[in-house]
Design a protein around this ligand. Structure first.
Ligand code: NCD
Length: 304
């Protein structure tokens, strides 16, 4: 059966848990998976900039013994000649065995999946969702806490909660767990959209706050970048820029076992002076993107 990963309806919590177990197994025994995608081709269709997501998908495919093709931006493809997403999708799906898509427009990955005869993975569609980043986020938490279950935790999510697709995705997945307390830390104009907060309301406690003063309470702090490219104007962005900065001073009040995550790239919200702090886990998080995406590719290719 053809499987895609476009949104949270595509895979159940138990399938995500299986993915985390497989990713851990791959991380521990990479040699056993080094030829699993031999002869297969991954196409990356990136209509929007990316470093970690694109390279970790490509690295994952190469580490599984497969090959990669793709485009970054559309200037060198027939999209610049006016080719539709639909036509591009149809063609790419006949050249590859699995497709990874990033687009500034909500719904592009789904549109491509509708045209494709091979599995399609949503690597971010506008401000909507970024499910594989969330898989990486949850895998990192499980890796550090030695448990797939997230419960009884105090979780802060800080920054651009309005436009950040990693936040929207993370909250969609966190709705699978209960008995947590959330602190949504943002300015009034970048608050989390109600539809995502509502997913958590029934089984969790929610606090809306404007400052990082709650840091001493937290077990997990998910920092995010203000999404400059989504703002209506430069002036609107400048009003928000620099509102939240996690630095050594702020961190001095946090618990010793706080887990600090960030999907990256960072701007000024994570001061470099905390990079060496053992609580800073965002580089580990980026690194774990490779075994996690190896697990996802292997699963969607039907190799597991
Ligand atoms: C994020 C994205 O593209 O949504 N980056 C990523 O994939 N690691 C976050 C961001 O751009 O701020």
């Amino acid at each position: 059966m053809l499987r895609d990963l476009i949104d949270f309806a595509d895979m159940s919590k138990s399938e995500w848990d299986a993915m985390f177990s497989l990713a851990l197994e791959i991380e521990r025994n990479p040699a056993e998976y080094a030829e699993i995608a031999k002869g297969k081709i991954l196409a990356s269709m990136f209509y929007e900039p990316s470093t970690r997501t694109k390279f970790s998908f490509q690295s994952a495919m190469l580490r599984l013994g497969g090959n990669i093709i793709g485009f970054d931006g559309t200037s060198a493809t027939s999209v610049s000649k006016g080719e539709s997403v639909k036509d591009t999708a149809r063609i790419v799906s006949s050249y590859a065995d699995i497709i990874v898509v990033r687009s500034p427009v909500k719904g592009t990955a789904e549109e491509i999946a509708n045209q494709s005869d091979v599995p399609v993975i949503n690597a971010g569609d506008g401000t909507h969702l970024h499910p594989t980043q969330t898989m990486v986020d949850l895998f990192t938490i499980g890796y550090l806490t030695h448990s797939h279950e997230i419960t009884g935790k105090k979780i802060g999510i800080c920054g651009d909660l309005l436009y950040g697709r990693t936040v929207h995705s993370l909250l969609s997945a966190l709705a699978w767990y209960g008995n947590n307390e959330y602190y949504f830390i943002s300015s009034p104009s970048l608050e989390v959209p109600q539809e995502y907060a509502d997913k958590l309301v029934p089984r969790n406690k929610i606090n809306i706050t404007r400052s990082l003063d709650c840091i001493d309470e937290l077990d997990i702090l998910y920092m995010t970048r203000i999404q400059k490219e989504r703002f209506p104007s430069e002036a609107d962005y400048l009003r928000e820029k620099g509102a939240y900065v996690l630095n050594r001073e702020t961190l001095s009040r946090a618990k010793d076992d706080l887990i600090i995550l960030h999907p990256l790239p960072r701007n000024d919200e994570l001061a470099e002076d905390i990079d060496d702090d053992p609580r800073a886990k965002y580089f580990l998080q980026a690194k774990l993107g490779v075994p996690l995406r190896m697990a996802l590719i292997a699963t969607l290719l039907g190799k597991i």
